[in-house]
Design a binder for this molecule. Structure first.
Ligand code: GRF
Length: 213
């Protein structure tokens, strides 16, 4: 499956997708990495892996539809079958999202539908919840909404600050995103009535309880 990855920043999730696709048995390849930020650090990761990179700078277009048309052309030109938002910091209009219906996925650093939007870790700490996590989901026009493909639960510790919590969640993101892409590339993922059904999926038996004692 041909995959495109959209980034705006450091690209650690891009890196784990690059690494996953490098395995000979992985059922997908990254056809293009696109950044809306010309100096995004993640672009270097794509260069190093020999992947085609494109910059579509939103500031160069008069409005959002014009920017998204340019983005769409790049993705179509790359023959992308799946588009991964990996720290892509632009909201996408319903028109763009609908064009990529069930072919556009996002990773978000919370257990959706809780903690949509930015500053998830700060709000998680303020609320005192003991479990947070991350979510890979199909994108719908509403922000951080859409059928959920993979989630990881991550414990919050009493001595966490935003940085330590973000690092623990990021480690979980790095496991979830390649898993979600692999399941889709293996064509095991279907959306039925706006819920994801995964052929042959195995759910763990154990609950994650925090604290343990
Ligand atoms: C991740 O936390 C992801 O969940 C969010 O943006 C961040 C991107 O990090 N959407 P990176 O650029 O992949 O390192």
């Amino acid at each position: 499956m041909k995959i495109a990855v959209l980034i705006s920043g450091r690209g650690t999730n891009l890196q784990v997708l690059i690494d996953a696709c490098a395995a000979p048995a992985f059922p997908g390849e990254i056809a293009a990495v696109v950044s809306n930020v010309p100096d995004a650090a993640g672009l270097e990761r794509a260069f190093s892996a020999g992947i085609e990179t494109r910059i579509v700078d939103h500031r160069a277009y008069p409005d959002r539809p014009a920017f998204e048309d340019a983005l769409h052309d790049v993705l179509a030109h790359a023959d992308a079958e799946l588009v991964c938002l990996a720290g892509f910091m632009r909201l996408l209009t319903p028109r763009f999202v609908d064009r990529w219906h069930d072919r556009l996925i996002n990773i978000h650093p919370s257990l959706l539908p809780s903690y949509k939007g930015l500053d998830t870790h700060r709000r998680v700490l303020a609320d005192g919840v003991r479990l947070t996590g991350c979510t890979v989901h199909f994108v719908r026009p509403d922000m951080d909404a859409g059928p959920i493909i993979v989630q990881a639960a991550v414990p919050v510790r009493d001595d966490d600050d935003e940085d330590t919590l973000a690092a623990r969640v990021l480690a979980a993101e790095h496991r979830c995103f390649p898993l979600a892409v692999r399941l889709i590339a293996e064509r095991r993922v279907r959306v039925v009535d706006e819920r994801v059904v995964i052929k042959g999926a195995v759910a763990p038996d154990a609950s994650l309880i925090n604290p343990m004692r």
